[in-house]
Structure formats: C-alpha cells, structure tokens
Unconditional design. Structure first.
Length: 330
C-alpha cells in the first residue's frame, strides 16, 4: 500500500438536506438534515472507515461525494477538481476514477442482464473498449474477484449473495478507478462470507493501489480494514483519528458508547469492562437538537452543550473531536 500523504479526496463542509413538501401546492415545510457540515480527507492508497448507527447519514455522505445527490452546500475536491462545480460531461469523465460498491447485492444487479453485460456495461457506456476487448476484460475481472469466467453468461439469480457482491466488485473495477466507496458491502452477507469479501477488497487494494471509503456499522471489521476511522452521528462527524488511537483512547462519549458495545472474545475481560448504555432514541434529522447533536443522550452533557455547537478540533496530532469536554478523557 502506498503510504504517502497525498490527499486524493477532500470533503469540505458538506451539506445534504432533503426537502419535505406538503399540501396540494407542494409547499416546503421542512428538511431532513441527512448530512450537516461534514469535513474530512482521504489519502491516496488508504482506507478511511466511516461508522455510526443506522440512519446517521453515512450512505448519503458517500452518494453525495459521488454527486449521485447534488449537495445542498459545501465542496468535494477529487485530485484537485471541485466535483460540485463540474458540468455533466466533465463529471461523467471524472466518474471513471470513482466507483461504488453497493450494500445490497440482490438489489444492485439488474436481474435481466447477464454477468457479462453487468460487468461490461461501464466499459460500453464510457466507450473505452470494443466488443472483443470488453469480452476479454470481463473474463479477467471475474478471475480477479475469484469467480469462474464461464459464469459470465449466467444471470444474478443463479448466484449466492457473496458471489453477487463479487460481481458488484468486478463491475466497480471495470474502469480501473483509483477511489471506491464501499457502502456497507458486507452487511447483507453471511458471517462466513464477510471475511472472504473483506480479504478480497484488501488484496485488490494492494494490487491496484486503490483508495477506499469503507462505510459500515460493524466496528470490528472497520478496525481490521481501516487505517483511519471517522465516527458519524446524526449528520455530523464527532470524532476522527488513526484506527488504533480511536479504539484504544476514544475522546467522544458517543464513540466510547459504540466501542463499549463491541463484543470481545475473552469472557473474563468482557465481564470487567465498563459499558456505556445510551438512553433514549436518536433524535429526528428533521428537527435536530440545538448545540451538540449528541447532548440529548450524552452522560456528561451540560448547559453549554445546548447553547453552542462544539467545534471539530484537533485535540492531539491526527485526532479530531467535536466535544466541549473532550479533555476530560485524555
């Protein structure tokens, strides 16, 4: 893996609000604050893990980065180009470098298309190869993801979930991208298959110097595959740090609560450790709390937390946290 510090992707104060309309005249009465001022960068050749509870905005962040959703505000810089400002044809060319592996392998593959057509479609759409080259490329891609090339004329319903996800990975690799967003690529798979898919992603990263944004809620798997980890809650990032630093010394109460829920294989150690039980439910993204988003469930919240939103600051080298009282945990 390439260990240089070159920034491939920079997300700067990204917002994605979905309007809510009501009435016959479709008047806007509010908005879902799915992503609300997210900033981070991804270095070339690394894997950045993005974790958080379901509904916190992880997948929306990934899709907004790729401009599948047009952001409400903010900028996304990829290799120096601001994707938000690109015209449709320029964005189409840029998408060769950025691909996505979707969460549900059953919904992301067209059931009416053969594997050959599914994997070869990006090459055809972008007009980068003729029919013979596409056929050869598809067979090579299937071999890369450890599928038999003779399966190319089969349909998605003839494959298991793990095999379908491998087809999705082959499709994402077709245009030889440098950056791939993995949107919970293993959450719909059997546990026995998850490790195989993650190992495959790591092998491909090593082979092609790929850069991943790995979105997941399985903290154990994120620790295994990621170099740095960002923790998301209700549309904002509350903590970002190197993997080992975050897991051994979390500085945000929400991160501490998440990590305390991760099962560990040692029953003696598991019985001794302190668990942080969060009370209440995640607030609605339609009407998020004032100040700190986490204050309604935070065990150390004070009056200041309701009055002002905590700054996302670097508390120690490479370790960023959005909490007024993070120093207490150093």
């Amino acid at each position: 893996m390439n260990d240089n510090n070159e920034t491939l992707l920079k997300v700067d104060d990204l917002f994605m609000h979905f309007p809510i309309y009501r009435g016959v005249i479709r008047r806007q009465v509010g908005a879902v604050h799915a992503v609300d001022g997210v900033s981070f960068d991804v270095k070339r050749g690394e894997t950045l893990g993005l974790v958080g509870e379901s509904g916190c905005g992880k997948s929306t962040t990934g899709r907004t980065i790729l401009q599948l959703y047009k952001p409400t505000g903010g900028n996304v810089y990829f290799e120096g180009s601001n994707l938000v400002e690109l015209k449709a044809e320029e964005m189409r060319w840029m998408r060769r470098q950025m691909q996505m592996i979707f969460q549900d392998p059953y919904a992301s593959l067209n059931p009416r298309m053969t594997v050959r057509n599914i994997v070869g479609e990006p090459l055809e759409v972008h007009n980068v190869a003729n029919a013979k080259e596409i056929e050869e490329r598809v067979e090579h891609l299937l071999e890369l993801v450890k599928l038999n090339p003779s399966f190319a004329d089969r349909y998605p319903h003839e494959f298991s979930g793990g095999q379908r996800q491998r087809i999705g990975i082959a499709r994402a690799l077709a245009l030889q991208p440098s950056f791939i967003i993995c949107d919970e690529p293993i959450s719909a798979l059997d546990v026995s298959i998850q490790a195989q898919v993650v190992n495959l992603l790591e092998e491909l990263q090593e082979q092609f110097n790929l850069t991943y944004l790995f979105i997941a809620h399985d903290l154990s798997m994120v620790r295994h595959i990621s170099k740095r980890v960002a923790v998301m809650y209700l549309g904002i990032i509350v903590e970002l740090a190197e993997r080992d630093d975050l897991y051994l010394n979390p500085l945000h109460p929400y991160t501490q609560a998440l990590l305390s829920a991760v099962p560990i294989p040692d029953p003696v150690a598991d019985a001794k450790r302190h668990r942080t039980i969060l009370e209440g439910d995640v607030p609605s993204p339609v009407n998020p709390p004032s100040g700190c988003r986490f204050r309604t469930r935070c065990p150390i919240a004070e009056g200041l937390c309701a009055e002002s939103r905590p700054e996302f600051r670097e508390l120690k080298p490479g370790h960023f946290v959005a909490c007024h009282f993070a120093e207490r945990f150093q």
